[in-house]
Design a protein around this ligand. Structure first.
Ligand code: NDP
Length: 419
């Protein structure tokens, strides 16, 4: 029996909400609150006839802490699931602390306005000290550790697939497969085809910022930064086939390096087709990925927001996307004195996801882990207070839940390694 408040009602949230409603013995009451209430109402209407979970809706501007506090105090949830955008992480964490409620999200904080001088000064100091220049990092949310510990509350960060399940795979490898892990390669392959020349699979603003940033990886205790898309490998993915993949900076590298400190090298690769890369480079070259407002015909516009308005809504890709995703981690290390390798991954079919929840696999592979993470917190399987990432908790019940609710694991004890 629990009462959960979900903030956001976009691609990922609508999958997470539908999955919560499939487990109505735990998620007995669900509040959905977002900027556009009509989207929440439409989803609640769809769920009324198919789930016992009692769903209610509300409007909220999650950038406004006072609005959030009023909403949380009126709904009185056991847990707030932040599935809005990374821009709202800190305001929602503040509101959860003020209302004494547990918190979770699917992506770490980044500011909406990267030109804000106050943020920029801290960011530039961090770039120099830490050695990577992505706009997002865990420092902002790790700064809440003591506040959550003192309050006896849990904040679970980044519980999607990557970050999220990939960290559970690392914790699982450490618990069951290795005494010592030497290297981790996280491989994110989307073999789906939506038929558009250019579209992003989740929020275009967040997605394009991530992939246009310099790449970086962790090696021997420090970051190595490289120009965007400058390290390319080919990999033959189970059920997808051969794909080009590129090394990116990704948020879970930072927390895995902290929590599994013996690992000598951690890299993250994502597959991209040539058409996607050509479009992205061109858009970047003409300034369309900029977050700095410009004046256009007497009106201020932010180029990347204008681009977002032109691109297909990721939610509309569902019915058009065919093919599969394959996301997982390859490990090298040793067990019982023997050197070994191990690969754990999930394959997810875009069309099956659409049949089940009306979304493509990118939203599905994020929304299902968000529901399973909430399940861990609500059933007390993960109960360490403080601010934590997924690899800090027992991976077994979480991976069992993923197996059961739509993202079953696959394993190989003799994987092809990435050079
Ligand atoms: P969408 O843009 O589809 O949805 C975002 C939702 O948040 C929308 O409903 C939007 O409202 C709402 N929202 C935005 N700003 C506010 C605000 N100020 N107040 C209230 N609601 C607001 O994004 P996605 O569903 O694709 O992504 C959701 C999250 O999941 C993001 O943080 C993303 O980074 C993360 N993600 C994580 C992954 C992982 O594997 N860990 C993978 C993919 C995504 P409106 O409808 O009005 O626009």
């Amino acid at each position: 029996m629990s009462r959960v408040l979900v903030i956001g009602c976009g691609g990922v949230a609508s999958v997470a909400i539908q999955k919560c409603c499939q487990v109505s013995e735990v998620f007995t009451e669900l509040g959905i609150a977002s900027r556009t209430k009509s989207k929440c109402d439409a989803l609640a209407e769809k769920l009324k006839s198919v789930s016992k979970t009692v769903v209610t809706t509300a409007q909220v501007d999650a950038d406004d802490v006072n609005q959030l506090i009023a909403l949380i105090n009126s709904y009185k949830p056991d847990l707030v699931m932040n599935i809005a955008l990374p821009y709202q992480d800190l305001t929602i964490m503040d509101a959860c602390l003020a209302c004494h409620v547990n918190y979770m999200d699917t992506a770490n904080y980044e500011p909406e306005n990267t030109d804000d001088p106050e943020w920029r000064a801290i960011y530039e100091k961090r770039c120099k000290e830490a050695g990577f220049s992505a706009y997002f990092d865990y420092s902002w949310q790790w700064a809440y550790r003591k506040k959550f510990e003192d309050a006896g509350l849990i904040a679970l960060l980044g519980c999607g697939f990557d970050p999220g399940v990939t960290q559970a795979y690392c914790a699982y490898a450490k618990k069951h497969e290795f005494d010592r892990i030497d290297t981790i390669d996280i491989l994110d392959c989307n073999g789906g085809d939506h038929g558009y020349k250019f579209a992003t699979n989740f929020n275009p603003e967040v997605n394009l910022r991530e992939v246009s940033a310099p790449g970086s990886y962790w090696e021997n205790g420090h970051w190595v930064e490289i120009p965007a898309m400058s390290i390319k490998r080919e990999y033959d993915f189970d059920e997808v086939g051969g794909k080009d993949m590129y090394l990116l900076h990704h948020e879970e590298i930072e927390s895995i390096a902290l929590n599994i400190p013996e690992v000598q090298r951690i890299r993250f690769f994502m597959t991209f087709g040539q058409s996607y890369l050509d479009h992205m480079r061109c858009l970047e070259d003409v300034g369309m990925l900029s977050t700095t407002p410009i004046m256009f015909e007497g009106k201020e516009i932010v180029p990347i927001k204008f681009l977002k308005a032109l691109l297909p809504d990721p939610a509309s890709l569902g019915p058009r996307t065919k093919g599969k995703t394959n996301i997982g981690c390859i490990f090298t290390g040793a067990k019982g004195g023997e050197e070994k390798t191990y690969y754990i991954y999930n394959v997810c079919d875009h069309e099956e996801c659409y049949r089940e929840v009306g979304s493509q696999a990118i939203s599905y592979t994020t929304g299902v882990p968000a529901m399973c993470g909430a399940l861990m917190l609500l059933t007390g399987k993960w109960n360490t207070v403080g601010v934590h990432t997924v690899e800090e908790f027992d991976p077994d019940p979480f991976l069992d839940a993923l197996d059961k609710y739509g993202l079953p694991r696959r394993e190989s004890h003799a994987p092809v390694l990435v050079d």
